[in-house]
Design a protein. Structure first.
Length: 63
């Protein structure tokens, strides 16, 4: 039960810092994809480009 309370508190803090709803922030973050490929030359890690909306969310959360 205590964990649920902490989770809700973190969601509210994030919503207040970003000025957006948690479902919208979650939707934006779920669009980021990361792929790891083990090639003979070594491991290759690639991700999708960060959109302006995602960058805004991350910037607000890191302030």
């Amino acid at each position: 039960m205590a964990l649920d309370g902490i989770e809700l508190l973190l969601v509210r803090v994030a919503e207040n810092k970003v000025g957006d709803t948690w479902p919208r922030m979650r939707n934006q973050s779920e669009r980021i994809r990361i792929v790891e490929i083990d090639a003979p030359e070594g491991k290759i890690v690639q991700r999708t480009d960060i959109t302006p909306a995602q960058k805004r969310i991350f910037s607000c959360l890191l302030r």
